[in-house]
Design a protein around this ligand. Structure first.
Ligand SMILES: [Cu+2]
Length: 491
């Protein structure tokens, strides 16, 4: 392992800025849309009184203008799952049908509703209901543009590992769910699933409220078969750790970071990480370099210079937040997949725990949102804090991408101009995050040729590397500085 040379003072690289305007809604869910705005979904926002009143909220934040658009929210999307569809609309499924009921002793009950958020009209559009309720389901793309929805508490508050597959092109574009099936291996709520190049999924062992008893492994959603993978360290401390496919996706490596054991306050978080190389015949986890501090509720975000930012979290369950032992984790680090080393980033100033998220923005900054209970003493963290990486301060390469070049197929090419010689061209899937879970996040390398300013880049023909949809196209110059994003549509 190569030690990375410190490139800044001990306080770390980059900078953090608290957005002058807090979010008008509790950001339990955050998804970057193809128009560059961020959809922040509260639903009832973990407030039983709002649930009882039928008060469900969503806002669409424009990070350039710093404006918020209130969005009518048709059901309680609190603790739903979500993933972008091929046309860029956001599929939202499941959520909350009822809060815990002390009279019956029932836990949260899952909603069976599903909608898609239409980016052009800023409205939720109904799609068919799920067969049963799902509270804490994971939604993740497949190479054919369908979406797998799996796990969660059902309408009777029973934890089930049932799956359905949504095809947005079925029924004349109205969409349809497949019949429900039970997954070959049990998946805990919000399982971290990563689409592999061969079309199967890695379940990395990270989840929300999973106790570690369910093996990490590889799931074939078509044949519904499962093969365990060995070697995940601290498997009983991966609750709300982070799990990310390292850039570029062609390397087929997934990294697990941190985690705890909510709601067991006696189990503190881990600082350990692990990496699995899915391109090998019998993949297994190997230990990676520790985080600077133990943390659960950690977020991991792919940056457009092919590194990964980790931020947020706490040393133990947020339920302990009033105990002297509880500590927010403000440290942030950048992982360099090429050297396998962490670089120290500037620490954040806002604490983030349960129900917090982080997303890459098209300009290359990272926006962080949400968290139950804030370090300012409020019941929910409404502040938005932005991380500005070092590359934002550099002269950045400028890509000029014509309209026709903004749509291409898997196996196809796109031609545009760049004002600098480039080192890399790649596309990044917009984030769709909740509970440290962002399963579709990926950066896909596009091999290219450059003659003067003219660049022609090719997208790998394998559909499983690049599920169809909207992506951010970046070029990176020979100094490692990325351009800002141009939105492209992959068909
Ligand atoms: Cu939750």
């Amino acid at each position: 392992m190569v030690a990375i040379v410190a490139v800044a003072s001990a306080c770390g690289v980059g900078s953090w800025t608290v957005n002058p305007t807090p979010s008008p809604v509790r950001a339990v869910h955050a998804a970057l849309l193809k128009n560059g705005n961020v959809l922040l979904i509260q639903g009832s926002g973990n407030d039983p009184n709002l649930f009882a009143a039928g008060t469900f909220k969503t806002t669409e934040w424009n990070p350039v203008q710093n404006t918020f658009r209130s969005v009518s929210t048709p059901y309680d999307m609190f603790c739903s799952g979500h993933a972008a569809l091929p046309d860029g609309s956001l599929l939202v499924a499941g959520g909350t049908a009822a809060y815990p009921d002390s009279a019956t002793g029932l836990d949260y009950r899952g909603s069976n509703h599903a909608y898609k958020y239409d980016v052009a009209t800023h409205k939720y559009v109904a799609v068919p209901d799920l067969t049963e309720g799902h509270w804490y389901p994971t939604l993740v793309n497949r190479g054919d543009g369908t979406i797998v929805m799996v796990s969660g508490l059902d309408q009777n508050a029973a934890l089930k590992s049932n799956a359905q597959i949504f095809d947005s092109t079925a029924a004349g574009g109205a969409g349809a769910w497949s019949s429900q099936f039970t997954t070959a291996s049990f998946f805990p709520p919000y399982p971290a699933l990563h689409l592999m190049a061969d079309g199967r999924y890695l379940f990395s062992g990270v989840s929300t409220f999973g106790d570690g008893s369910d093996d990490a492994g590889i799931w074939d959603a078509t044949a519904n078969t499962f093969t365990s993978v060995p070697g995940l360290p601290d498997r009983y401390q991966r609750d709300m750790g982070a799990s990310v496919m390292l850039p570029p996706a062609q390397s087929q490596r997934v990294m697990v970071m941190g985690g705890g054991s909510h709601p067991k306050p006696e189990v503190v978080a881990t600082a350990s990480t692990a990496i699995i190389d899915l391109s090998t015949p019998s993949p297994s986890f190997t230990a990676g370099p520790d985080l600077a501090e133990s943390k659960q509720y950690v977020s991991a975000v792919i940056l457009p210079d092919r590194t990964v930012l980790q931020s947020g979290g706490s040393n133990e369950s947020y339920l302990d937040r009033d105990l002297p032992s509880f500590k927010y984790r403000y440290t942030a680090q950048i992982f360099h997949p090429d050297t396998g080393a962490w670089e120290t980033a500037k620490s954040s100033t806002v604490g983030r725990t349960y129900h917090s998220e982080a997303l890459l923005l098209p300009d290359g900054r990272v926006a962080t949102f949400g968290g139950n209970a804030s370090d300012a003493g409020d019941p929910f963290e409404m502040r938005i804090e932005l991380y500005t990486p070092e590359y934002m301060t550099k002269t950045r390469p400028v890509l000029t991408v014509g309209t026709a070049a903004r749509s291409f197929a898997r196996g196809g090419t796109t031609t545009f101009t760049a004002d600098q010689p480039l080192k890399w061209v790649h596309i990044v899937r917009p984030g769709s995050a909740t509970h440290s879970n962002d399963p579709d996040q990926r950066l896909v390398d596009m091999p290219f040729t450059q003659t003067g300013s003219s660049v022609t880049a090719t997208l790998d023909p394998n559909p499983n590397l690049t599920p169809p949809g909207w992506y951010m196209l970046f070029g990176v110059d020979t100094a490692g500085t990325p351009s800002v994003a141009t939105w492209v549509h992959v068909t």
